[in-house]
Design a protein around this ligand. Sequence first.
Ligand SMILES: C[S@@+](CC[C@H](N)C(=O)[O-])C[C@H]1O[C@@H](n2cnc3c(N)ncnc32)[C@H](O)[C@@H]1O
Length: 204
Amino acid sequence: MGFYVDRIVPRIIEFSCGPKATGTHRRRVCQGLAGEVVEIGFGTGYNVAHYPAAVTRVAAVEPSDASWKLAARRVDGSGVPVERSGLDGQRLPFADHSFDAALSTWTLCTIPDPGAALRELRRVLRPGGTLHFVEHGLAPDERVRRWQRRLEPLQKRLMGGCRLTTPIADTLTGAGFTIADMDVFYERGPKVTGAYSLGVAVSP
Ligand SMILES: C[S@@+](CC[C@H](N)C(=O)[O-])C[C@H]1O[C@@H](n2cnc3c(N)ncnc32)[C@H](O)[C@@H]1O
């Protein structure tokens, strides 16, 4: 990874994904998390403030050292123990069926093979374990999709590989998850980046 992706992109994420822009969605997606939780693409730790008291431990998976450093203040102040436990969501260093729940917020867009990451989450979740997610991806409308396809190469260059056209529901079900609840909506602002899917999927 180069200087821009290593050092600048984490700061752009820290600046643009803070509580004002995303707090409502983070609060909503974290509701119902309990027990041992794995969070992929932990980023700068903005979900920490929303972990319910029923969460006993969070294993954070995050490749970026700069993001982990920016997260330090939130991790240190967390009422729930959080440990950086892995670097790549596509290859999780955990035993089968070792977590009660998983969390992914705006991460499947950036992981090179999101299907592989979801299959790994299925492996480490206990049967009946839940994945709580809010992701941006392929828009419901063809007109917006056309713009997403046009702008995706630029987005990938500027945002460390972030894609605009990940088909969230299909990727979840393709990895064997059952979608228990999902809300698909446009966020305020540009629809190309703001086609959100927020919900809970179950590992059968
Ligand atoms: C758009 S940011 C979202 C960060 C955080 N989840 C949030 O909600 O603020 C995407 C995150 O995915 C991380 N990421 C990239 N590749 C990854 C991988 N292979 N496994 C796990 N996380 C990855 C990035 O370092 C970055 O922190």
